[in-house]
Ligand binder design. Structure first.
Ligand code: 3PY
Ligand code: MG
Length: 255
């Protein structure tokens, strides 16, 4: 099989660092996949990238030998299955705030008997080189379902979300968490309250034997979070990297 295994990479003991892309051009995740990232996330929740462009990005990321992950829009569980059909190695579902949300997400991510994923993995068969019967047998273990913990409600039931069969782990959204924990008073993804919540959710995921991922706005923050013991840390965004690069080049030129 030619597609790298995201579950194996997440179990490696060294945190996987992922690029984060939202611009509506599949070549951008394709380019970032060629840098030293361990995975690439395409963000369909807040990014401007649509389904067709996301599906085109997946083989470009895979061609660089990296697992492709996709964050779906809130509640758009049907898209999660289609993204797996296209050959993605992982799906991040935002705003999983109830156990029912977690069951609905797991259902579309896993074939029976774990879930209710419907058959049709055309892109995945092409990328993995597996025969249909083989893919059906091992497909549930080839990709990861990460439920986003980014509200006070989700934090309060993190153990119950982690216990849902088919949920492979959690992915923390520190910005929304900061808004929720401050009851709408502030956006501070590195506040003391958010850090305490992060430590708690990470410990619960580890004790459940499941994966924990988190979003970091900068490389420095990613380094801090990776040291805490996350399996996956995503860094910045394509727009952020473009702006930072432009600002750095202009600063150097104006000096
Ligand atoms: C958050 O921090 O809320 C996120 O969803 C990360 O993008
Ligand atoms: Mg969020």
């Amino acid at each position: 099989m030619s597609l790298p295994s995201l579950p194996d990479r997440l179990k490696a003991g060294i945190p996987a660092l992922a690029a984060w892309c939202g611009l509506p051009e599949p070549a951008i995740p394709g380019v970032l996949a060629r840098e030293a990232f361990d995975a690439v996330v395409v963000d369909m929740q807040h990014g401007a990238i649509d389904f067709a462009a996301t599906v085109r990005a997946i083989p470009l990321i895979a061609a660089a030998g990296k697992p492709a992950m996709v964050r779906i829009p809130v509640g758009d569980f049907a898209t999660a299955s289609r993204i797996l059909d296209a050959g993605a190695s992982g799906v991040i579902a935002p705003m999983i705030n109830t156990v029912e949300d977690a069951y609905r997400f797991a259902a579309v991510m896993k074939f029976p008997p774990v879930g209710e994923r419907s058959w049709g993995p055309h892109g995945a068969l092409s990328l993995t080189g597996l025969q249909p019967a083989e893919y059906f047998k091992i497909g549930n273990g080839l990709s990861v379902a990460l439920a986003m913990i980014e509200t006070q409600e989700a934090l309060a039931i993190v153990d119950d979300i982690l216990a849902v069969p088919g949920i492979d782990g959690i992915f923390i959204g520190p910005s929304d968490l900061s808004i929720g924990l401050s009851r709408g008073k502030e956006l501070d993804p590195a506040s003391t309250a958010v850090d305490a919540a992060i430590d708690h959710a990470l410990a619960r995921a580890r004790s459940a034997g499941k994966f924990a991922g988190i979003y970091a706005a900068t490389g420095d923050r990613a380094s801090e979070l990776a040291r805490k013991g996350f399996h996956l840390v995503s860094i910045a965004s394509d727009t952020g990297l473009l702006r930072a690069g432009a600002q750095m080049a202009l600063k150097a030129a104006r000096n």
